[in-house]
Design a protein around this ligand. Structure first.
Ligand code: C2E
Ligand code: MG
Ligand code: MG
Ligand code: MG
Length: 279
């Protein structure tokens, strides 16, 4: 086989970049249309009490069917939305839709768990965001205690002080805050304590490490649980995939569990069936 010559390599490289840009532009165009026509829906991933195994809350996750058809999920389209400014409209849509669904399941099934809503990093630097949350709560007459906003630690790196101020502003509305994907970013344990959050979600890579006899990952889980205990933060373990992990987490005081083993993200109908039978 002939080795790739410098020029050929460059052509491959350029083609990849061009492909990447085209893909990004496709996502941007499709998202713009989806926003115009509200072509989104939510799926509902239950969060369980580690002790009682009851559903205590639900994380709402966005889906864009016109992108799903092309194999593009939120992991890929949310960053495009963030870099193009489309994210504000999407986050607002998600908030509005979530609160209206929350009211429906509360009225119809007496569901009293919390709704966990993912918030883009962009909103931590958006002065209008707390006002948006407040008017949504008022519009839907939802008590703020039912709402948990999930933020990822990578959102803080630009401007830690500004982020903390924004988090305090959000907290003053009465909603609770949770730090998502903990362990994957750059937050030091000491910063975890500075952030005014109520809950920490341990990223699924660490929970999966519990089964791989990965000492580092296990230590990380142990330390988060110990610190959370000390500072009175609640812990949600993400990506739970078997009973052994549940046993380990429960023994160490982890309050809540989420993962494919317990439930995959559910359609609106299946979520209703789940909580209907729980009553
Ligand atoms: P996330 O907030 O960490 O959400 C959890 C993701 O992990 C979900 O993927 C969920 O399906 C997946 N997951 C949960 N348990 C397991 C498990 O046991 N095994 C495996 N393999 N996966 C599991 P999804 O729905 O593709 O979402 C990806 C990310 O996109 C989310 O990560 C979140 O950062 C973002 N996202 C999703 N919905 C929204 C939204 O409405 N707004 C914003 N701003 N971001 C969102
Ligand atoms: Mg999340
Ligand atoms: Mg997460
Ligand atoms: Mg994530």
């Amino acid at each position: 086989q002939a080795k790739l010559k410098g020029k050929n390599r460059l052509q491959f490289f350029n083609r990849d970049i061009a492909g990447g840009i085209q893909r990004k532009q496709f996502i941007e165009r499709t998202l713009t249309k989806a926003i115009e026509h509200s072509h989104f829906h939510l799926v509902y991933m239950p969060i369980y009490s580690a002790v009682s195994r009851e559903v205590v809350g639900v994380e709402v996750l966005i889906r864009a069917p016109t992108l799903t058809a092309k194999g593009i999920g939120p992991e890929e389209f949310i960053p495009v939305a963030e870099s193009t400014g489309l994210i504000k409209a999407i986050d607002t849509w998600v908030l509005n839709e979530s609160l209206s669904r929350l009211n429906y399941v509360s009225d119809r099934y007496g569901f009293d768990g919390f709704f966990a809503i993912n918030i883009s990093a962009v909103e931590l630097h958006n002065k209008e965001f707390p006002g948006t949350v407040r008017s949504m709560l008022m519009k839907h007459q939802v008590v703020p205690e039912r709402i948990e906003l999930e933020i990822t630690e990578t959102s803080f790196v630009d401007n830690i002080e500004g982020s903390i101020r924004q988090l305090n502003h959000l907290k003053s509305l009465g909603v609770s805050l949770s730090l998502d994907d903990f362990g994957t970013g750059y937050t030091a344990f000491t910063q975890l304590i500075e952030f005014p959050v109520d809950k920490v979600k341990i990223d699924r890579s660490f929970i999966q490490g519990l089964s791989n006899s990965s000492t580092d990952k296990r230590r990380m889980v142990d330390i988060v649980l110990a610190l959370a205990d000390l500072y009175q933060l609640e812990v949600i373990a993400e990506g739970v995939e078997n009973e052994a992990q549940i046993g380990y987490l429960k023994d160490r005081g982890c309050e809540m569990l989420q993962g494919f083993y317990l439930s995959k993200p559910l359609s609106w109908n299946d979520f209703q069936k789940l909580i209907e039978h729980a009553e």
